[in-house]
Write a protein that binds this ligand. Structure first.
Ligand SMILES: [Cu+2]
Length: 308
């Protein structure tokens, strides 16, 4: 993770991820190995949801310093269970190993892939408010295509994080103030109510007001959406798609709901070409910028195209 988010190439499969980390993808039965190098100025970690790990690969210390490990008699916490993976120092490296047993993969009612969040968990609030969040996508055994990039039968996959990024709590608040307000003639008080409010970024993958690039698909394609959230008690989001409906575990929807660190997987077959809005349907959030545009390109062979 660098102090600068490296740009994603236009038109690439990952372009729509915006500020998210790369997708970590596996099938049930795999082991995920992450070689993590910390290029920032802060101690960071990689804490996964859903997959199986031991204390050395949890990527999270505990507030009492115990690491939450059991003693040799299985009852008393002792120190040293986690180790350096709980806080990788600046310029440091760590290799995380996570197993993917069946309990990490899709359940009986799920589609053949589901998403879990991963995030840094040293200063959880500061780390996630700095955007150090990404997705792990787990597929049923044997369900990935031969390039191991998409489920068989799925043409597009998108991951969208709906969250109010509280940049007041970001590791980078001071850096950002220096960079963006450094030339300001009036000093800014970081506790000023309006300043605090102005730093609540109501975004999708870190982008606001329809600026997220890369949500492009074609009419008639099988499109899989993973939506998730992070944050706090205001992070009650209801992702809503215009121009299409979706299936979520057998239910027909055009709006679902996500809460901090929860995720949902939905399938869509867009049948109306055009540019459509994807937005949180909570009024405050919508007005504060939590929307993106997705583009459905016409398929000239489709019945809808030929009926025009
Ligand atoms: Cu919302």
């Amino acid at each position: 993770m660098g102090d600068r988010v490296r740009g994603r190439s236009p038109g690439s499969r990952e372009e729509h991820l915006g500020a998210l980390g790369p997708i970590l993808r596996a099938e049930v039965g795999d082991t995920i190995v992450v070689h993590f190098r910390n290029e920032t100025r802060f101690p960071l970690s990689l804490h996964p949801h859903g997959v199986a790990y031991d204390k050395a690969n949890e990527g999270s210390g505990y507030a009492d310093g115990s690491m939450g490990s059991l003693g040799t008699n299985g009852s008393h916490p002792h120190h040293g269970g986690g180790g350096s993976g709980n806080a990788v120092p600046p310029s440091g490296s760590y290799t995380y190993r996570w197993q993917v047993p069946p309990r990490s993969g899709p359940g009986p009612a799920d589609p053949d892939s589901i998403a879990w969040p991963y995030h840094s968990h040293v200063n959880e609030v500061g780390d996630t408010s700095a955007g150090l969040v990404g997705a792990i996508v787990i597929h049923r055994r044997g369900s990935l295509d031969e390039r191991r990039q998409l489920p068989k039968g799925v043409d597009r996959e998108f991951v969208n994080l709906f969250t109010v990024t509280d940049e007041n709590k970001s590791l980078y608040l001071e850096t950002n103030m220096r960079e963006f307000l450094g030339t300001s003639t009036t000093p800014v008080n970081p506790d000023d109510e309006e300043f605090v409010e102005s730093n609540l970024m109501h975004g999708i993958n870190g982008f606001v007001y329809g600026d997220l690039p890369g949500l492009t698909m074609a009419e008639g394609e099988h499109v899989r959406w993973h939506v998730m959230s992070m944050g706090t008690e205001i992070d009650i989001h209801t992702p809503h798609w215009h121009g299409a409906t979706l299936l979520e575990n057998g239910r027909r929807l055009d709006t679902t709901e996500v809460f901090p660190a929860s995720s949902r997987t939905l399938d869509m077959t867009p049948d109306r070409p055009g540019m459509w809005m994807l937005h949180c349907h909570v009024n405050d959030h919508m007005e504060a910028g939590m929307h993106a545009m997705f583009t459905v390109l016409p398929n000239r062979n489709s019945s809808f195209a030929s009926s025009r």
